[in-house]
Design a protein around this ligand. Sequence first.
Ligand SMILES: [Ca+2]
Length: 463
Amino acid sequence: MNGTITAGLLGSLLATVPASPVPKSASGDRDRPPNVVVFFTDDQGFGDLSCFGHPTIHTPNVDRMAAEGVKLTQFYVASPVCSPSRAALLTGCYPKRVGMHEHVIFPAYDHGLHPDETTIADALSEAGYATGCFGKWHLGHRPGLLPTSQGFDTFFGIPYSNDMSQFHRPGGNGYRHSLPLLRDEAVIEWEPDQRLLTRRCTEEAVAFIDAHADQPFFVYVPHAMPHIPIYASEAFAGRSPRGTYGDVIEEIDWSVGEVLDALERHGVDDETLVIFTTDNGPWLPFKERGGSAGLLAGGKGGNLEGGQRVPFVARYPDRIPAGLVQRAVATTMDLLPTIAGLAGVTLGDDRPIDGHDIMPLLEGLEGVESPTASFLYYTARGELAGIRRGRWKLLLEPGTLHDVESDVGEQWNRADRHPELVAELRRLAVERDATITAGARPVLEVEETIWDPATVVRPTASP
Ligand SMILES: [Ca+2]
């Protein structure tokens, strides 16, 4: 055999291949860019998936994504709290670069991510994608700041955290706000039954896929759970040995399964990139109602690894090999350039970003290294906190140096042994932060409101 096959022989070889049970309606269309689905859960820990080692929480659908795709074990969010982390995911920038670094947005606040920023949804909209957001937004809730002003065709969900309601804060806490459920920019319910949030957002996401399967689509599912107060629907309540927190994660896993089923039903699962990750680490003070960072120290709100290193799984059978585990450092800021690259969108150079295209890393190409030369840590309030370069992580205060590859739990401070490295990393962190600060872009402040931020509406459903 010389490697060439005649047309007749090729025909007879193909004839022996059994017909695929699922028609690949779009897979033969190489001009069509891949669909993209991003699950971005809220406050789920590094250790809260069975494929990341949890012994009793059962997550077969995310586990299947990992078995059929890639798992990243050193994947970071750019902030240990919600709003800055979400800004980084959608814009590919450190939160400080887009002015969103100073903690989370509360109901009375009037600012949000500037609509002039390019989000993943903006980039994909430009490429002809249908774009939908189903879950919790938390990047501004005044007119012009909601998802429909940030590249999304539609939005269903809550504008800020599910505890930002006087009915979900113990003792009221001086809190004078109620939680609305929105469709696009309109309030459709006050104080929605939180037991149904995961299910309803999933049903909306699946309906969106059903309606747009004949064109490229981007579905962003930032589930409001497992941020406290945690609730699961009746079908999941009381099911997990890990208690309500486990029930909530298992319902989120069900949500992933529903979306994977929809992709398969429409014959587009091979050419759809599905990502599962979370916005920051577990909220530890809530004890059994919060999650676990597994081997990592710390959790939400802090800069120990448990606050910012999160589980990451990606499935895209056309490009990503099954069962790959990557230990290279990557971050949520890499998603915008990676996804834009897949969609054939060139990002303008008028707005510098911090992320890198990590498709070669997700594909496991031979010899590929992390494009993240160094990673900066910021506190929940947006102050420079530290830096990771290679295996070394320096936290500026109290000046601890850890080899976070051998010492993933940050137990053994090596600062005394490597004073020159400490000085070098400190200098690099300060220099890089100064560059970001000098080029920082503004948020947008909007005085008008869609609803009265002090609206008081008694909940009717959630216990
Ligand atoms: Ca969060």
